[in-house]
Design a protein. Sequence first.
Length: 253
Amino acid sequence: MKTKDVQAWACGGGTQSGAVAALIGDGTLPRPDLCYMTDTGRERSSTWPFVEGFIKPQLARVGCELNVVPASDFAKLELISAQTILLPGYTTQGGQIGKLSAFCSGKWKQDVAERYMRSLGIETAVNWMGISTDEVRRVRTPHRGWLGLWYPLIFAVRMSRLDCVALIRSKGWIGTIPHSACNICPNLSDDEWQEMKEYQPADFADACETDAYLRTIDPHFWLHPSCKPLSEVDFHAQHSMFADRGCTGGCFT
């Protein structure tokens, strides 16, 4: 692989990534030099059938391989650092419900991606990000001189999330098109929590266990904005100032 001006696609494993893979596969987007996906080890299990069954085969049409990079190879995947919980959860500290800052994406995704590319000897690169036109607020300027950012679904083939779904279906995929996220992400919507509880019970059990554990470190911390133990939340009945939260788009990919 060349070491300078590498075109690297950061696959997130979800809807927009599926569209980017399809566009690469049919030649609408150029073939990247590198395709990779950082795996935090807590990715919702619903993501992997889509990665294996759709994204990888689309890339294979043009001879691309998706490299799944365990984040544990390049970072300590700690939930807590310097007495700070890294997740963007909710807090009752001070008597009101507040939202905490996110550090997990930087440590588990962004830092891992950069270290992975450096480990390959890459000196300069352009990182493709699968962000669609309805998420334009997520576009940001590069923070590393050696690593540029490019948004093909905004600046090359303009597509919304619904356009991405339509493209994926047009390629014959009839399975679930997931929203890629960690199973302990506080930004999940109530519908997503309920879906996990019903269809990915092991993921949900892990999230409940983590939720309870983190309150042994900080008794004011909660994964859900109701500020109840996750195992006790009725996801059909929740209404709060964070009810429309969904994904905030903070994750690197």
